[in-house]
Design a protein around this ligand. Structure first.
Ligand code: NAP
Length: 284
């Protein structure tokens, strides 16, 4: 049945012109939009944080995302990593991608390395304690090896795997997350507040990481790289059954500070949240 009130329709020629115009605009704007996304992606600095599915690493990811970085969120467990990524995205922090990486597993590190071609910041954060019983006289070599596999050999392997991606950056930064328990000078001072906290595997693995960082920074000293070790301070996390006094926010803040150094920033140094001087530089 014919409608009593026929709907007004645009004359065929006018309809054609509008449609032609629309498809012309679309054909121009879509490549422009794509170009804009590509340019935005290439402008955005990219950071990889290992062990970022929780605690200090996770908060470091959040702070870098808030500063406009793209973050590869490193997690050895895909499920835990996906949950962390989902949490950040639910906070409106979209520029984050899960990178499954178990730093103590060479095959996992190699596979992760193939997924990242350019990087501006590497934060070797993944770390384990290895239990509380760490006497120099009795500790099992298995425990020492296990701790070193993550805290020392893992950090070296990750660094070597991602170094070519970092070399593509104009301002590459490496932060190796250490501990005050890695300082030989502080450990030799009976007045130091953690003098009695001696750990034959964990502390020594961080001392070794410090030594590696000094060598690495030396080899990269005539380049744009800034390479430092940062101790986030005794922080309340799963690591110490939430006994630490510091917050993950403050711990991440000092890591982010040295991950985002400008060209005048230091390299080959040791900084700590537990050092009360203005520059927070720690003795080795
Ligand atoms: P945490 O709560 O125990 O978290 C450690 C993170 O590292 C987790 O995401 C863990 O993954 C990951 N991880 C462990 N082994 C790994 C491996 N083989 N490959 C990849 N990821 C691995 O510890 P945290 O307190 O955040 O500590 C972070 C860093 O700060 C560590 O290097 C630690 O030595 C250092 N630090 C901590 C304190 C402190 O008081 N908390 C003080 C000084 C230095 P899973 O969830 O899968 O276990």
């Amino acid at each position: 049945m014919l409608s009593k009130h026929p709907q007004p329709t645009a004359p065929t020629s006018a309809k054609c012109t509008i449609e032609t115009l629309r498809s012309a605009v679309l054909s121009i704007s879509q490549p422009l939009l794509l170009l804009h996304t590509i340019l935005k992606d290439t402008e955005m600095k990219k950071a990889l944080i290992t062990g970022a599915n929780k605690s200090i690493g996770f908060e470091t990811a959040r702070q870098l995302l808030n500063q406009g970085y793209f973050v590869y969120l490193g997690s050895r467990d895909a499920e835990r990593g996906a949950q962390a990524v989902a949490q950040l995205k639910s906070e409106g922090l979209d520029n984050v991608e899960l990178l499954q990486i178990d730093v103590s597993n060479p095959a996992s590190v190699e596979a992760a390395g193939k997924k990242v071609s350019e990087l501006d910041v590497l934060i070797n954060n993944a770390g384990i304690l290895g239990g509380m019983e760490q006497s120099a006289l009795t500790i099992g070599l298995d425990t020492v090896r296990e701790v070193y596999d993550t805290n020392f050999f893992g950090a070296i392997n990750v660094t070597q795997t991602f170094i070519e991606a970092l070399k593509k950056s104009a301002e590459p930064r490496i932060v190796n997350v250490t501990s005050g328990l890695g300082s030989l000078t502080l450990h030799s001072d009976p007045n130091w507040k953690y003098y009695q906290v001696k750990t034959a595997a964990y502390g020594t693995s961080k001392t070794a990481l410090n030594a590696y960082t000094v060598v690495l920074a030396y080899e990269l000293k005539d380049t744009a790289f800034k390479v430092n070790v940062v101790d986030p301070g005794y922080t309340q996390t799963d690591f110490n059954h939430h006994n630490g006094p510091g917050s993950v926010e403050d711990a991440a803040k000092i890591i982010v500070k040295y991950a985002t150094l400008d060209a005048d920033g230091p390299t080959g140094k040791y900084f700590s949240n537990d050092i009360d001087t203005a520059d927070q530089e720690s003795p080795w």
